[in-house]
Structures are given as structure tokens and as C-alpha cells.
Design a protein around this ligand. Structure first.
Ligand SMILES: [Zn+2]
Length: 191
């Protein structure tokens, strides 16, 4: 009887300690993804983009360009310095916002007509928050108004060649447009 009690006590200690260790090490959070443009007008985009992976989302100027996921603002361009005769690729985006999502991906939207209030480098944003207003700045002056949407790895904020896009957003845009997407994510604990 005494031996059995000791064994039970040991087992309980083991289970309790094991549970505490696991809870301290990891927990699960929910991550929400939303479509990056909200508009009362027509939204259209195709699977193809010239030269490198990205998606041009056509929509009326003044539509909302939104954070796809929670994250931190990485880069903001508040001036349209594009000159058609020069066509410098660095200035083609016009007004733009890039953010690093909590998923580690950089999301970029350009050709904006204005940047939303409070959107500065380092600002914390949540999924669905307005980052700016769509338009036709940069080289979109010579096309119908659209948001150039890019997804890439984060490098330095000024690295325009990367932030303009490295992976096609098209399949993700289709998914997020059909409904908000929520995925469970394992996060590391304090220790
Ligand atoms: Zn584009």
C-alpha cells in the first residue's frame, strides 16, 4: 500500500511537471488573413504579372489598402518622384507602404494616392487596418488605377527589387477574397 502511494505520487509529479514545462515552452495563437483591398467599386486582378511575381489589383482610386495580417510597418514612401522620361525602377511605386507580417512575410502595396494616418515605420498594425488609399501614383499614372501588391522575404526596407515581389500573391488573394482565413500558429514561450 505504501509503495503504491509513493508510485502514484511520483506519477502525479511527473505529469504536473511535464504539463508545466510544455505550457511554458509553447502556446497556440490564431492568425487572421484578409484581402488587402476594400472597395465599393469593381476589383479585378489576373494571375500573370510582367517580369517578376506580383499582382496588380485594379480598383477605383480611394479604395482602402489594408494590412493582410498583423505586423509592423517596414517602409513608407510619401512622395511621388517618378518621371516618365527617366522611368527609374526605384520610384515606379510612387506612394507605397510595406509591412512585415507576424508570419515573417513582407507585404507591399504601391501606386497609393495617400498614406493612412499613423502609418509610419515601426507602427504596429492589425489585419484589416487601413494602411493607405489606392490610386495611380508612380508609373501607374499611365495605366488604370491599381495597387501593385508584392509578397517577399524581408530584407532591408530600401530594397525595392525584393519588396516589389518574389512570390505570386495570386492564389492567396483568391483565398482571402473568398473569406477571411484564420490559421493556428504555434508560438514559442518565454524560456
Ligand atoms: Zn505591378
Amino acid at each position: 500500500m505504501k509503495k503504491k502511494q509513493m508510485w502514484l505520487l511520483r506519477m502525479l509529479c511527473f505529469v504536473a511537471l511535464g504539463t508545466i514545462t510544455l505550457e511554458a515552452a509553447t502556446s497556440i495563437t490564431m492568425r487572421r488573413y484578409v484581402f488587402p483591398v476594400q472597395s465599393t467599386g469593381n476589383i479585378s486582378y489576373g494571375a500573370a504579372h510582367h517580369d517578376y511575381p506580383a499582382t496588380d489589383i485594379f480598383c477605383p482610386s480611394g479604395s482602402l489598402f489594408r494590412a493582410v495580417v498583423d505586423g509592423v510597418v517596414d517602409h513608407v514612401s510619401v512622395e511621388d518622384t517618378w518621371v516618365q522620361s527617366v522611368n527609374d525602377p526605384e520610384s515606379r511605386g510612387g506612394l507605397s507602404v510595406a509591412m512585415i507580417g507576424d508570419d515573417g512575410i513582407r507585404y507591399y502595396g504601391s501606386h497609393l494616392s495617400a498614406i493612412a494616418a499613423g502609418i509610419v515605420v515601426g507602427a504596429r498594425v492589425v489585419a484589416g487596418q487601413t494602411l493607405g488609399y489606392t490610386g495611380d501614383t508612380g508609373n501607374a499614372r499611365v495605366t488604370p488605377p491599381h495597387v501593385h501588391f508584392g509578397m517577399s522575404r524581408p530584407t532591408t526596407p530600401e530594397d525595392w527589387a525584393t519588396r516589389r515581389g518574389e512570390v505570386s500573391p495570386y492564389p492567396y488573394l483568391k483565398l482571402w477574397q473568398s473569406a477571411d482565413v484564420v490559421v493556428p500558429v504555434l508560438i514559442a514561450g518565454e524560456d
